[in-house]
Design a protein around this ligand. Sequence first.
Ligand code: GAR
Length: 220
Amino acid sequence: MGSKIIKLGVLVSGRGSNLQAIIDSIEAGKIPAMIEVVISDKENAYALTRARNHGVPAIFIDPRKFPRKEDFEKAIGDELEARGVELVCLAGFMRILSPYFVNRFRNRIINIHPAILPSFPGLHAQGQAVEYGVKIAGCTVHFVTEEVDAGPIIIQAAVPVYDDDTEETLSARILEYEHKIYPMAIKLIAEGRVRIEGRKVIIDGVKKERWAVTNPPLEI
Ligand code: GAR
Protein backbone atom coordinates (compact mmCIF):
# COMPACT_ATOMS: atom_id res chain seq x y z
CA MET A 1 0.00 0.00 0.00
CA GLY A 2 1.39 3.38 -0.94
CA SER A 3 1.46 6.18 1.58
CA LYS A 4 -1.16 8.85 1.50
CA ILE A 5 -0.39 12.33 0.26
CA ILE A 6 0.41 14.52 3.23
CA LYS A 7 -0.74 18.13 3.11
CA LEU A 8 2.00 20.60 3.97
CA GLY A 9 2.03 24.23 5.01
CA VAL A 10 5.45 25.86 4.75
CA LEU A 11 6.39 28.94 6.79
CA VAL A 12 9.22 31.06 5.42
CA SER A 13 10.95 34.40 5.89
CA GLY A 14 13.67 34.52 3.25
CA ARG A 15 15.21 33.08 0.13
CA GLY A 16 13.42 29.73 0.39
CA SER A 17 16.05 27.29 -0.82
CA ASN A 18 14.71 24.62 1.53
CA LEU A 19 11.21 25.30 0.24
CA GLN A 20 12.61 24.81 -3.26
CA ALA A 21 14.14 21.47 -2.27
CA ILE A 22 10.75 20.33 -0.95
CA ILE A 23 8.96 21.51 -4.11
CA ASP A 24 11.54 19.76 -6.31
CA SER A 25 11.24 16.50 -4.37
CA ILE A 26 7.46 16.58 -4.67
CA GLU A 27 7.58 17.36 -8.39
CA ALA A 28 10.10 14.55 -8.91
CA GLY A 29 7.70 12.14 -7.19
CA LYS A 30 10.19 11.43 -4.41
CA ILE A 31 7.89 12.34 -1.52
CA PRO A 32 4.14 11.77 -1.20
CA ALA A 33 3.29 15.34 -0.24
CA MET A 34 1.55 18.42 -1.50
CA ILE A 35 2.14 21.99 -0.41
CA GLU A 36 -1.24 23.58 0.31
CA VAL A 37 0.17 27.00 1.17
CA VAL A 38 3.38 28.91 1.77
CA ILE A 39 3.13 31.69 4.34
CA SER A 40 5.73 34.41 4.84
CA ASP A 41 6.10 37.06 7.53
CA LYS A 42 8.16 39.12 5.05
CA GLU A 43 6.46 40.63 2.04
CA ASN A 44 9.52 40.48 -0.23
CA ALA A 45 10.69 36.98 0.72
CA TYR A 46 11.97 35.28 -2.43
CA ALA A 47 10.38 32.08 -1.13
CA LEU A 48 6.97 33.52 -2.09
CA THR A 49 8.13 33.94 -5.69
CA ARG A 50 9.50 30.39 -5.75
CA ALA A 51 6.13 29.07 -4.57
CA ARG A 52 4.15 31.06 -7.14
CA ASN A 53 6.53 29.92 -9.89
CA HIS A 54 5.36 26.39 -9.13
CA GLY A 55 1.67 27.19 -8.79
CA VAL A 56 1.74 26.92 -5.00
CA PRO A 57 -0.51 29.40 -3.13
CA ALA A 58 1.74 31.90 -1.37
CA ILE A 59 0.65 34.54 1.06
CA PHE A 60 2.23 37.27 3.13
CA ILE A 61 0.80 37.81 6.59
CA ASP A 62 2.01 41.08 8.05
CA PRO A 63 2.94 40.67 11.72
CA ARG A 64 2.72 44.45 12.19
CA LYS A 65 -1.02 44.31 11.63
CA PHE A 66 -1.55 42.35 14.80
CA PRO A 67 -1.30 43.87 18.25
CA ARG A 68 -0.16 40.65 19.89
CA LYS A 69 2.06 37.82 18.70
CA GLU A 70 -0.71 35.31 19.36
CA ASP A 71 -3.11 37.16 17.07
CA PHE A 72 -0.54 36.98 14.30
CA GLU A 73 -0.04 33.28 14.95
CA LYS A 74 -3.79 32.73 15.09
CA ALA A 75 -4.07 34.22 11.60
CA ILE A 76 -1.38 31.82 10.36
CA GLY A 77 -3.03 28.89 12.14
CA ASP A 78 -6.46 29.71 10.71
CA GLU A 79 -5.02 29.87 7.19
CA LEU A 80 -3.26 26.51 7.64
CA GLU A 81 -6.34 24.84 9.07
CA ALA A 82 -8.66 26.25 6.41
CA ARG A 83 -6.46 24.55 3.84
CA GLY A 84 -6.38 21.24 5.67
CA VAL A 85 -2.66 21.35 6.43
CA GLU A 86 -1.48 18.26 8.33
CA LEU A 87 2.21 19.10 8.74
CA VAL A 88 3.69 22.56 9.24
CA CYS A 89 7.25 22.90 7.92
CA LEU A 90 9.38 25.81 9.09
CA ALA A 91 11.87 26.56 6.34
CA GLY A 92 13.94 29.56 7.31
CA PHE A 93 11.03 31.05 9.28
CA MET A 94 12.93 33.43 11.52
CA ARG A 95 10.45 33.77 14.36
CA ILE A 96 10.07 31.94 17.61
CA LEU A 97 6.62 30.42 17.84
CA SER A 98 4.70 30.91 21.05
CA PRO A 99 3.32 28.05 23.16
CA TYR A 100 -0.11 28.93 21.72
CA PHE A 101 0.92 27.94 18.19
CA VAL A 102 3.02 24.95 19.27
CA ASN A 103 0.06 23.66 21.23
CA ARG A 104 -2.40 24.21 18.40
CA PHE A 105 -0.25 22.09 16.05
CA ARG A 106 1.28 19.81 18.68
CA ASN A 107 3.69 17.25 17.13
CA ARG A 108 2.75 18.53 13.67
CA ILE A 109 5.45 21.22 13.28
CA ILE A 110 8.96 20.47 12.05
CA ASN A 111 11.96 22.74 11.59
CA ILE A 112 15.35 22.63 9.93
CA HIS A 113 18.32 24.02 11.82
CA PRO A 114 21.86 24.41 10.40
CA ALA A 115 23.69 22.64 13.24
CA ILE A 116 23.90 19.26 14.88
CA LEU A 117 21.59 20.04 17.76
CA PRO A 118 21.80 20.37 20.71
CA SER A 119 25.03 22.12 19.69
CA PHE A 120 24.68 25.67 18.43
CA PRO A 121 21.00 26.52 18.73
CA GLY A 122 19.80 30.01 17.84
CA LEU A 123 21.04 32.42 15.22
CA HIS A 124 24.20 32.07 13.12
CA ALA A 125 24.64 28.42 14.01
CA GLN A 126 27.23 27.92 11.27
CA GLY A 127 29.22 30.94 12.46
CA GLN A 128 29.07 29.59 16.01
CA ALA A 129 30.49 26.27 14.76
CA VAL A 130 33.39 27.96 12.92
CA GLU A 131 34.10 30.16 15.93
CA TYR A 132 34.08 27.22 18.33
CA GLY A 133 36.45 25.16 16.19
CA VAL A 134 34.40 21.98 15.87
CA LYS A 135 35.66 19.58 13.21
CA ILE A 136 32.23 18.28 12.29
CA ALA A 137 29.12 20.39 11.78
CA GLY A 138 25.80 19.70 10.08
CA CYS A 139 22.08 20.11 10.19
CA THR A 140 19.03 18.78 12.00
CA VAL A 141 15.34 18.33 11.26
CA HIS A 142 13.35 18.22 14.48
CA PHE A 143 9.85 18.55 15.87
CA VAL A 144 9.10 21.97 17.27
CA THR A 145 8.33 22.33 20.96
CA GLU A 146 8.02 25.36 23.22
CA GLU A 147 11.78 25.34 23.78
CA VAL A 148 13.73 26.83 20.87
CA ASP A 149 15.69 24.34 18.70
CA ALA A 150 15.19 21.62 21.29
CA GLY A 151 12.38 19.33 20.10
CA PRO A 152 12.72 15.60 19.29
CA ILE A 153 15.24 14.98 16.51
CA ILE A 154 14.14 13.24 13.31
CA ILE A 155 17.27 13.27 11.15
CA GLN A 156 20.73 14.78 11.19
CA ALA A 157 23.54 15.12 8.65
CA ALA A 158 27.23 15.70 9.38
CA VAL A 159 29.74 17.60 7.26
CA PRO A 160 33.42 18.42 7.86
CA VAL A 161 34.59 21.85 8.95
CA TYR A 162 37.90 22.92 7.38
CA ASP A 163 40.54 25.26 8.77
CA ASP A 164 39.88 27.91 6.16
CA ASP A 165 36.09 27.82 6.50
CA THR A 166 34.11 30.98 7.05
CA GLU A 167 30.48 31.17 8.13
CA GLU A 168 29.62 31.47 4.42
CA THR A 169 31.60 28.48 3.13
CA LEU A 170 30.41 26.23 5.95
CA SER A 171 26.81 27.40 5.45
CA ALA A 172 26.99 26.40 1.79
CA ARG A 173 28.35 22.93 2.66
CA ILE A 174 25.64 22.39 5.27
CA LEU A 175 22.88 23.76 3.03
CA GLU A 176 23.49 21.05 0.44
CA TYR A 177 22.54 18.49 3.08
CA GLU A 178 19.65 20.52 4.45
CA HIS A 179 18.16 20.12 0.99
CA LYS A 180 18.44 16.34 1.30
CA ILE A 181 17.36 15.74 4.88
CA TYR A 182 14.33 18.06 4.91
CA PRO A 183 12.49 16.26 2.09
CA MET A 184 13.63 12.96 3.62
CA ALA A 185 12.07 13.84 7.00
CA ILE A 186 8.81 14.74 5.29
CA LYS A 187 8.90 11.43 3.41
CA LEU A 188 9.38 9.45 6.63
CA ILE A 189 6.48 11.25 8.29
CA ALA A 190 4.23 10.88 5.22
CA GLU A 191 4.97 7.17 5.16
CA GLY A 192 3.81 6.90 8.77
CA ARG A 193 7.21 5.66 9.93
CA VAL A 194 7.82 8.32 12.57
CA ARG A 195 6.60 8.36 16.14
CA ILE A 196 7.58 10.47 19.11
CA GLU A 197 8.39 8.76 22.40
CA GLY A 198 9.23 11.34 25.01
CA ARG A 199 12.21 13.28 23.76
CA LYS A 200 13.05 10.70 21.13
CA VAL A 201 11.83 10.04 17.62
CA ILE A 202 11.48 6.39 16.66
CA ILE A 203 11.66 5.61 12.94
CA ASP A 204 10.44 2.31 11.52
CA GLY A 205 12.54 0.34 9.08
CA VAL A 206 15.84 2.16 9.44
CA LYS A 207 18.72 0.09 8.09
CA LYS A 208 21.55 -0.21 10.61
CA GLU A 209 24.95 0.41 9.09
CA ARG A 210 28.40 0.56 10.65
CA TRP A 211 29.98 3.82 9.72
CA ALA A 212 31.73 6.84 11.13
CA VAL A 213 32.72 10.13 9.64
CA THR A 214 36.01 11.53 10.91
CA ASN A 215 37.54 14.89 10.16
CA PRO A 216 40.44 14.86 9.45
CA PRO A 217 39.93 11.56 7.59
CA LEU A 218 41.53 8.53 9.22
CA GLU A 219 45.18 8.04 8.30
CA ILE A 220 45.81 5.03 10.47
C1 GAR B 1 18.61 27.61 6.43
O1 GAR B 1 20.03 27.44 6.50
C2 GAR B 1 17.97 27.11 7.69
O2 GAR B 1 18.59 25.98 8.23
C3 GAR B 1 18.15 28.30 8.58
O3 GAR B 1 17.87 29.41 7.77
C4 GAR B 1 18.23 29.09 6.44
C5 GAR B 1 17.06 29.36 5.54
O4 GAR B 1 17.42 29.22 4.20
N1 GAR B 1 17.26 28.26 9.72
C6 GAR B 1 17.61 28.67 10.93
O5 GAR B 1 18.71 29.15 11.18
C7 GAR B 1 16.55 28.50 11.98
N2 GAR B 1 17.10 28.73 13.29
P1 GAR B 1 16.35 29.07 3.06
O6 GAR B 1 15.37 30.24 3.22
O7 GAR B 1 17.15 29.19 1.79
O8 GAR B 1 15.69 27.74 3.22
